[in-house]
Design a protein around this ligand. Structure first.
Ligand code: AMP
Length: 587
């Protein structure tokens, strides 16, 4: 499948053509910028060779119209889909979307939240639709990756009426953060679900993202791409009180302040130039304004890295990308210096000798450094091509039905804890549908600092490590915050107290079980899904029909194929007892 990708900015257009078969390969990529006096500069890479040129393209429309000719000149013909980067997708676009009239209207309505970006993205879409009218056009949203962030990270503490009007944090650069996190996980040799990564996209726009076990947990950008780090022309974090202050002191209106925060702040506001290279050169020559700008830039980034390591309760890797993250050894060094206390130690020689050709992602930590420090070139276009390909393959979904069962709170115990709590082995009261598993006669009390639950069911047989599965509602009754985890993924989980007739134990392993499907290998083969694949399941006929996303398939020999949800999920979907779900294969 051949995908053409456009990433349109306000004054430039990047593009790439990728073949997305069993292997991914780049056919060509390039960018148009410096539009002036009826021409523009083209930077084009084909098979590793550069073919830069000045083209007679006066504007974005002419540049897009020139792409088929450029492709043909280099022997690349025909595309199966066009993918577009879209900055703001609001709360509604959690996945790539086919671009048609209603979708475009929704994106247009989000323009006030990304005034520099969404209009440029829409212009490119409209032009591409004219050049490739027969080909599906798919939008991939910078915000989608962050929609997994928890409510406590996305909610501003503002009046309810404002929140009801849609005021919340989103986060941007999602495609870039996702790509570099996947690349870092590849380099580390562990699945992203096992890693806590802080990713720093430091380009003209800049953001930090906390990627907790493969999902965005928090990002420094908020409702708009203004919040967070110091950027080329954007301020990043400011006190919202500046609106009142500037109104009273300088008589500035909201629109003026907002425009200046977008266009005349950041490095530009501090030094006169939005370009980090200028700031670094001037600082080296003794310009004190540039020196201060660099210090503010690094300090703000370091604060976010520390905050996100704390938010996730750890950090396995710190990743740098974007024009500054990739190219400025001195900025990487400034940001990392001072983070040694949390295991970030930079190898200064490696930091100076970074070569990012061919998707390289070198590690820069000193020998024995606990946190991997990785730098890699972001490949937003490639990631967009991947997502477009997946969305087109899933466009004709296979719908299959399966039983949905509700898991009430329960406990799995290690042999040592069985002994400590009951003084003897578990005994089966009745068998469960998953072969070899049973509900035991034995019950325990679960206790937290706020309260507890009596008579909690123990499931047998005993297993390697104790696991206590509760709903999110239960965590408030216990007074302990618990993560959503797959069964068995227990490192770093909170401690809870279990009380049995023969004694009590304090144990980690408290989780909210991530929804999942136990699946027999024969069903998996028939339905063409793989172990750990995430799918959607639509539960209907309950009176509160709903679709569950991110349902993980767990293929086990002899399994009884069945989806498990917890009591909160069951209540939300009106599932009382058993229900049927329709499986829609996803990504
Ligand atoms: P991007 O938006 O990712 O293209 O990044 C643009 C930013 O990267 C600009 O602020 C550039 O000044 C900065 N940049 C590019 N190369 C270098 C370099 N060698 N040293 C410092 N900053 C750089």
């Amino acid at each position: 499948m051949r995908i053409l990708v456009f990433n349109a900015g306000s004054s430039s257009l990047k593009f790439g053509v990728y073949d997305m078969g069993a292997a991914e390969s780049l056919c060509l990529k390039g960018s148009f910028d410096r539009f002036r006096d009826g021409s523009c500069e083209l930077k084009l890479t084909v098979g590793g060779a550069r073919h830069d040129a000045v083209l007679p393209c006066a504007d974005l429309a002419a540049a897009i119209a020139a792409v088929p000719g450029l492709m043909a000149a280099h022997g690349v013909s025909g595309v199966d889909a066009v993918g577009h980067r879209i900055a703001h997708g609001g709360p509604g676009f959690a996945a790539p979307a086919r671009l048609d009239g209603p979708t475009m209207a929704e994106i247009e309505a989000l323009t006030p939240l990304a005034p520099l970006h969404n209009p440029a993205n829409l212009a490119a879409i409209r032009l591409a639709m004219q050049v490739w009218p027969e080909v599906p056009q798919v939008g991939v949203f910078d915000t989608s990756f962050h929609l997994s962030a928890p409510g406590f990270a996305t909610t501003y503490a503002v009046p309810e009426a404002w929140r009801a009007a849609g005021l919340r944090r989103f986060g941007f650069h999602g495609t870039s953060h996702k790509y570099v996190a996947l690349r870092a996980a590849e380099v580390i040799g562990q699945p992203p679900e096992r890693l806590q990564i802080v990713s720093c996209h430091l380009g003209n726009g800049a953001s930090v993202c906390a990627i907790n076990r493969g999902r965005s947990m928090d990002s420094s950008m908020g409702l708009t791409p203004l919040e967070g780090l110091v950027m080329g022309t954007r301020s990043g974090d400011v006190d919202p009180g500046i609106f009142g202050f500037l109104s009273r002191r300088l008589g500035l209106g909201v629109a003026e302040v907002e425009a200046a925060l977008y266009n005349d702040s950041g490095l530009k506001g501090l030094t006169g130039s939005p370009d980090m290279r200028d700031a670094e050169d001037r600082a080296a020559a003794g310009d004190t304004a540039a020196q201060l700008a660099i210090e503010i830039y690094a300090y703000r980034a370091r604060k976010y890295i520390g905050a996100y390591a704390a938010a996730m309760g750890g950090m396995d890797a710190l990743v740098f990308t974007g024009g500054i993250g990739e190219n400025s050894a001195s900025m990487r060094r400034r940001i990392c210096d001072g983070l040694e206390f949390m295991g970030v130690t930079l190898d200064r020689d490696r930091n100076m000798r970074v070569d990012l050709a061919d998707r390289a992602a070198p590690e820069l930590q000193a020998w024995g450094g606990r946190v991997r420090v990785i730098v890699t070139e972001t490949q937003e276009q490639l990631q967009i091509a991947r997502e477009v390909a997946v969305s087109l393959r899933a466009a004709a979904p296979v719908r299959l039905s399966l039983p949905v069962a509700v898991s009430a709170r329960h406990v799995h115990l290690s042999p040592a804890h069985v002994q400590a709590l009951f003084g003897g082995p578990l005994t089966a009261e009745f068998d469960l549908r998953q072969p070899g598993n049973f509900a035991a006669h034995q019950r325990v009390r679960i206790e937290g600092p706020k309260g507890g639950f009596d008579n909690v069911r123990v499931l047998g047989p005993a297993r390697g490590r104790t696991q206590v599965e509760v709903s999110r509602t239960d965590t408030f009754a216990l007074g302990i915050e618990a993560p959503v985890r797959q069964s068995g993924d227990l490192d770093g989980t909170p401690v809870v107290r279990l009380v049995g007739p023969a004694g009590a134990v304090e144990t980690d392993g408290l989780i909210i079980a991530a929804r999942h499907i136990h699946m027999h290998p024969d069903d998996a083969a028939r339905w063409r899904v793989q172990d750990r694949q995430e799918v959607e399941v639509r539960v209907s006929g309950t009176g509160r029909d709903m679709t569950f996303s991110d349902v993980t398939i767990r293929i086990q020999p002899g399994a009884f194929t069945e989806m498990h949800i917890d009591t909160d999920e069951a209540n939300a979907a009106g599932v009382y007892g058993a229900a049927e779900g329709a499986l829609i294969a996803g990504d």
